[in-house]
Design a protein around this ligand. Structure first.
Ligand code: FES
Length: 260
């Protein structure tokens, strides 16, 4: 005998049914798989290229900071000549971990890639769920520490954007300069709208009136935090397009327009 469940509007369905939802609930997880999948494929390909990541004065964010002796454009040297692989692999792990453990992305890829669950009120594809209290997902709790790393990257990318004003023949502004500034702005909005940042600003306070500065900061970060998902996607697309722009200029496929 099959059990039956009843939805909010009194619709009855067999308990084996995946969901009572009649809307296109699958669109969001499908878009997540497409978007994140495309970014992972492109960024991995770009990291393996080990070429066309610098077109003076623009440095691709996938290779920044460039810290090994084999860099085409050294930011500062931390790694000697023994490193012969792509310099991107020395740095990409940090922003990668930050995004991987982001609260928003966790929700998105648990739904999109693991169908756990695929959407609200849709049956989980897996028989059991142990949450994030056991290995390996317990490591997601390191997110607050990856936030500090991400802030360092914002400083480095802001420095790259400043250096994008310094052309071989002096001060100037090109399309690439604007691209690098837009990239670091979107990444900063994503980073400072992080839930860990919000907690850092006001999370451990009992009485806001005794810390008005931190209260103002917390209010500001809370407003950014409301749009964290938007910033997550915009900055992801932005950083990929920035690498693509620098790559195409470096390859000579497109020409960087210089305003002055
Ligand atoms: S919660 Fe998304 S970056 Fe921290």
């Amino acid at each position: 005998m099959s059990l039956r469940t009843t939805g909010a509007e009194g619709v009855t369905a067999p308990s084996a049914a995946r969901t009572l939802r009649m809307d296109a609930w699958w669109v969001e997880p499908a878009l997540t798989v497409l978007g994140l999948g495309a970014f992972v494929v492109y960024s991995t390909w770009a990291a393996f290229q080990n070429a066309h990541y610098y077109a003076a004065p623009y440095l691709s964010p996938f290779y920044s900071p460039c810290i090994s002796a084999n860099c085409r454009h050294l930011t500062f040297q931390l790694v000697g000549g023994w490193w012969t692989w792509s310099p991107a692999f020395l740095v990409l792990w940090a922003p990668g971990l930050f995004r991987l453990s982001c609260y928003y992305y966790r929700k998105a890829y648990y739904r999109g890639f693991w169908a756990s669950p695929p959407a609200c009120a849709v049956r989980d594809a897996h028989g059991s769920y142990s949450g994030e209290t056991r290995l390996p997902l317990i490591f997601q709790n390191f997110h607050r520490y990856t936030f500090y790393l991400a802030v360092l990257f914002i400083v480095v990318l802001a420095w790259d954007a400043i250096r994008a004003l310094r052309f071989p023949d002096g001060f100037g502004v090109g399309v690439g300069t604007l691209v690098l500034w837009a990239n670091v702005t979107l990444l900063a909005l994503y980073t400072f709208s992080c839930h860990s940042c919000r907690h850092l600003c006001g999370g451990d306070l009992d009485v806001f009136s005794k810390a008005p500065g931190r209260y103002r900061l917390w209010r500001l970060v809370s407003r950014l935090n409301e749009r964290h998902m938007l910033f997550a996607w915009c900055s992801l697309i932005g950083v990929g397009l920035t690498d693509l722009y620098v790559r195409l200029v470096s390859m000579g496929v497109i020409r960087d327009v210089r305003f002055f």
